[in-house]
Design a protein around this ligand. Structure first.
Ligand code: ADP
Length: 328
């Protein structure tokens, strides 16, 4: 059975882009593979963050992941810093990672612009730790959004370089994308992202807040007045209907929009209802976990024990290949 690994930073609340682009696959893949999912807190320290909030951010992220349907009986869920082998392997892998390769990473370039006051070495070597996260579990499939594909290519290269230099330990890993690997934000132009402020947080998927947020969502810009016909194929609201609505809804939108029979407000109103339905189970499971926070900690502790056992086996193999002192 193939192993699946993916991680997410505890940088606040989940949004629809994370879910549709990545976590949807985390949930789906649990039935077919050995799945290992991680809240990657060591990655998060490469950005400034409120130290007092770190614990609750980790807890809330794990809670949300569980509420979305990751099942601790079928998948391992844990926190990265509870398994120190991640950072240990990252150091080893940094010795087979090209400096030039890291310089080419577009996320590093983007983040350097966003946090020009704090361009630290951790931000630069972030993809090495990410490669360690994946390779430590010998994962072959990594469910992520399109923005992570470049990092995954590098992880594959790093794994190969290790194998060539010290002998084969790691399999090849590849990204597993969802049907919508890049969800656009409310602006309809850039990828949905918390840092761009164009996101729909999962916590906002309730009637009033969602109506308000979708009210801001850019539609077909050529449709200036209610009387103008629109083109659903260039409208981001329609791309959301493709994800959340039924065939009948989509036919209704296509007919109504292209003939100016319905306005954008009608189209968005239908979407609000469908999104609320889609996340009904999430809200229910979330409420149960919020009422029982100790359960989340229990799941994370048990997950860390399982992850550590696998990680220690891989690190023993790595040390042996490297010929280190006291290696087996
Ligand atoms: P990280 O830095 O941990 O990647 P993000 O919150 O940006 O943090 O992403 C978490 C996951 O969600 C990643 O797999 C990422 O590819 C995916 N993701 C984030 N934003 C989007 C988006 N707009 N569309 C599709 N996938 C996304």
């Amino acid at each position: 059975m193939k192993t699946v690994f993916s991680g997410i930073q505890p940088t606040g609340e989940l949004h629809v882009g994370n879910y549709i682009g990545a976590i949807h696959n985390w949930v789906k893949m649990q039935d077919q593979y050995r799945c290992i999912y991680c809240v990657v807190d060591y990655h998060a320290i490469t950005q400034d963050y409120p130290v007092k909030e770190m614990k609750s951010r980790v807890h809330d992220m794990a809670l949300d992941i569980l509420a979305l349907g990751v099942d601790p009986d079928r998948a391992i869920l844990f926190v990265q810093s509870a398994v120190p082998e991640h950072t240990e392997l990252a150091w080893v892998l940094s010795a087979v990672t090209g400096h030039g390769d890291l310089e080419r990473m577009t996320q590093f370039k983007d983040k350097s612009v966003n946090q020009s006051e704090n361009i630290n070495a951790g931000l630069f070597s972030y993809p090495v730790l990410q490669a360690a996260d994946i390779l430590l579990y010998k994962a072959e499939l990594v469910p992520v959004g399109a923005d992570q594909v470049q990092h995954l290519e590098l992880a594959r290269r790093i794994g190969r370089s290790f194998n060539n230099r010290w002998g084969k330990v790691f399999p090849e890993c590849e990204p597993k994308l969802t049907e919508t690997p890049k969800v656009l934000g409310l602006d309809g132009k850039q990828k949905m992202s918390k840092s761009l402020g164009n996101h729909i947080p999962l916590s906002a998927i309730e009637d009033k807040p969602l109506r308000k947020l979708l009210g801001r969502m850019v539609t077909d810009e050529k449709r200036v007045t209610r009387e103008d016909p629109g083109d659903p194929d260039v409208c981001n609201v329609f791309s959301f209907h493709k994800i959340f609505s039924t065939d009948d809804d989509r036919a209704w939108v296509r007919e109504g929009c292209t003939t100016a029979g319905i306005g954008c407000v009608d189209c968005k109103g239908r979407l609000v209802g469908r999104m609320i339905e889609h996340f009904a189970d999430y809200r229910e499971r979330r409420a149960a976990l919020v009422a029982n926070p100790a359960r989340v900690d229990e799941i994370l502790a048990a997950g860390a024990d399982k992850a550590r056992a696998i990680a220690q086996r891989t690190m023993a193999e790595v040390r042996q290949k490297l010929g280190l002192w006291r290696s087996p």
